[in-house]
Design a binder for this molecule. Structure first.
Ligand SMILES: Nc1ncnc2c1ncn2[C@@H]1O[C@H](COP(=O)(O)OP(=O)(O)OP(=O)(O)O)[C@@H](O)[C@H]1O
Ligand SMILES: Nc1ncnc2c1ncn2[C@@H]1O[C@H](COP(=O)(O)OP(=O)(O)OP(=O)(O)O)[C@@H](O)[C@H]1O
Ligand SMILES: [Mg+2]
Ligand SMILES: [Mg+2]
Lengths: 256, 256
């Protein structure tokens, strides 16, 4: 059975989209069938995978509102084992439109039921908030991966995030576990980065991936070409690290 | 009369909080009375100004729900002309709690009426979304400052942001203008940064500040000491640049 992993953190700019796009591409390179679901109204994942947003007719919004089934909105990408449910333009309005709708937090979970049999990995890219779109993703997921930037402000929101995950486990999705914590934008030249790494390892004892993503300019350049980093510059440090992460994610899954 | 400036961009991690904390400190250094309002449930501004969140009893949440007046929640900071309305813990729940409440987008605007006579500058730090908290800030503000990171993904959301500002001008706050666009985390060594600067200057013709904030490690270290950068390392490039920005903001205001 396929695994559904939500990539979430309400702190902005910590590398959620970069992780979903690049981890997905590396898992597909390992031969896995992978589905990416862009639950962020900004639609960065959609662009990062080279899909022109002007071509997108239907996506996550239509699935949440029950106007389309999953198979109606899945798009192919330039890579054979990598598929995408894009963020369509209306997604920004979904939170308000779903107010008062019964079972509004579990609409994505129901729609993704069929994904488990078709894809070995489904990755959900969340917006930088703990609102309805992120709740839908946490309710739909088997596990949540938390990217944390090696910066001071990034430590602040961890308490709120952990509280939200516990609430989701109690009320919406008892089987949700923390898949792992991924340290991103590490810069070994600064004491700050080293302090944050130590602090996060203490806070999330045993859950932190061995793979640490360094700051690497190739990772920030690749999206402007609509390419995951392994297809933009396969020999870069950014490409190596996300391949390492993909292997670690596969191994952790088998161990469970 | 005092000016109210919202600092907003739904893209995460672009330097909204860093700009509010440091611009506020530099305006106070120029002798202005400055109020910072932390409208982001993460509460990074509160911490960045050295205020212990455990000490915070009431803040923006209580003002929005009408449980407290502005003068009841303003806190002093370590700097005499710099004041703060902190983000209290309950702020994360405000968006849901205000659903169905009449005039819910203009509650901050009404509460800040009195701020104009007491402070020459009121800066509003927004969360990374276009939800109710950001709408309240745009409805309350005279102008909006948009920090834009010199990265590819940061360009994507500009259309949605401009659309939201136009909607607010039509429905909530006709006098709202774009104060200016601030380019942040510029790294002159990468082509990407240079391309983004050119693109933004084309898109926001005439609205882009001359001051461009470079990537500077002092800016990311200062928050861990609860200090604005001018009080952490006054001779750093980060301190120089935000002093430059403060002078530019004051001059633009006089010109209007
Ligand atoms: N390891 C890295 N090295 C260099 N740049 C990076 C790295 N990871 C991400 N970036 C860049 O940093 C910016 C923020 O990353 P990204 O957009 O993936 O974060 P996010 O958490 O998805 O943001 P948001 O909260 O807005 O959704 C992007 O411009 C991205 O290209
Ligand atoms: N010019 C800069 N140079 C280096 N680091 C910076 C700079 N500006 C901001 N930072 C750091 O980058 C991170 C993101 O900045 P900040 O938190 O101010 O952005 P934000 O837009 O407020 O984020 P959010 O969307 O989560 O509210 C922070 O850790 C901050 O310390
Ligand atoms: Mg993202
Ligand atoms: Mg912020």
């Amino acid at each position: 059975m396929g695994r559904i992993i939500a990539v979430a953190n309400q702190k902005g700019g910590v590398g959620k989209t970069t992780t979903v796009v690049n981890l997905a591409a590396c898992l597909a390179e390992l031969g896995e069938q992978v589905l990416v679901v862009d639950v962020d109204p900004q639609g960065n994942c959609t662009t990062g995978l080279g899909v022109d947003k002007m071509r997108v007719r239907r996506g996550v919004y239509e699935v949440l509102l029950g106007e389309a089934k999953l198979r109606d909105v899945v798009m192919s990408t330039a890579w054979s084992k990598l598929w995408l449910v894009p963020a369509s333009a209306d997604l920004a309005g979904a939170e308000v439109e779903l107010v008062g709708v019964p079972d509004r937090e579990r609409r994505l979970a129901r729609a993704l039921e069929s994904a488990r049999t078709m894809y070995s990995y489904t990755l959900l890219d969340c917006p930088p908030s703990l609102g309805l779109l992120t709740l839908n993703s946490l309710a739909a997921a088997d596990s949540v991966m938390v990217p944390i930037q090696c910066e001071y402000y990034a430590l602040e929101g961890l308490g709120q995030l952990v509280k939200t995950i516990k609430l989701v486990q109690q009320k919406l999705n008892p089987k949700l576990v923390v898949e792992g914590v991924l340290l991103t934008m590490f810069d070994g030249r600064t004491n700050l980065s080293i302090q944050v790494v130590e602090e996060v390892k203490r806070y999330f004892r045993g859950k932190v991936y061995k793979t640490i993503v360094p700051r690497n300019v190739r990772l920030s350049e690749a999206p402007s070409f609509g390419l995951p980093v392994i297809h933009y510059d396969g020999r870069s440090r950014g490409a190596e690290v996300y391949r390492e992460l993909a292997r670690e994610v596969v191994e952790r899954g088998q161990a469970r």
